[in-house]
Design a protein. Structure first.
Lengths: 110, 114
């Protein structure tokens, strides 16, 4: 069935360094969503991308949707300790279900 | 507006018991989805309810069931609990159905099965 693969599984960066997580699908996606889950918290919606090649920015976060609408990325510039958490991508799956990637855990060393 | 409310926050049960979890969606939201989150498996879709009807079901055994009431509140039930059912159960609501809808998650119910 539909799978959304996310890499890396885990990344530990020094505060101030950049961070990127990638999401890949085996099929074309109508849209892709990104969520952030702080340690001990619940997933919180960040953004939705719909158009091929779309790029959206939220302060230090840059989200991209691939031209073929099969991949997406989230890039954080100059990470801060407030960025720690798990970042999930999610896309439409078989049977009209939203399928989540396994998530990328981000840890930031200060 | 109040967010998605899940009760209880924590539960400890023993194998073989059954459990009922509750979810109150954001006012006006008609779709409620349930997810199981474990460290090894990530977020796994359980089911979705809309207008009191189950619209979608994930790959879970029949021990997992749910329902939705006319006020959109939802409950999920797990019977004959197994150790592997220990997980964080997250409920998410959205105004309408569909994979284009963004989800609003509750804080979850942490279930431990001993």
């Amino acid at each position: 069935g539909q799978q959304v693969m996310q890499i890396p599984q885990y990344q530990h960066v020094q505060e101030g360094e950049d961070f990127t997580t990638y999401c890949n699908s085996s099929t074309t996606l109508s849209n892709i969503q990104w969520y952030k889950q702080r340690p001990g918290g619940h997933p919180v919606f960040l953004i939705q991308l719909v158009k091929s090649g779309e790029v959206k920015k939220q302060k230090r976060l840059t989200f991209q949707f691939g031209e073929a609408k099969k991949n997406s990325s989230l890039h954080i510039t100059a990470t801060q300790t407030t960025d720690v958490g798990t970042y999930f991508c999610a896309g439409p799956g078989y049977g009209n279900k939203l399928v989540f990637g396994a998530g990328t855990i981000l840890r930031v060393k200060s | 507006k109040a967010g998605v409310t899940q009760t209880p926050r924590y539960l400890i049960k023993t194998r073989g018991q059954q459990v009922t979890l509750s979810c109150s969606p954001i006012s006006g939201h008609r779709s409620v989805s349930w997810y199981q989150q474990t460290p090894g498996q990530g977020l796994q879709f359980l089911f979705e309810y809309f207008s009191e009807t189950q619209r979608n079901k994930g790959n879970f055994p029949g021990r997992f069931s749910g329902r939705q009431f006319s006020n959109s509140r939802s409950e999920m039930n797990v019977s004959t609990l197994e150790l592997g059912d220990s997980a964080l159960y997250l409920c998410a609501s959205s105004p309408m159905r569909g994979v284009n809808e963004k989800l609003f998650f509750g804080s979850g119910t942490q279930l431990s099965v001993l």
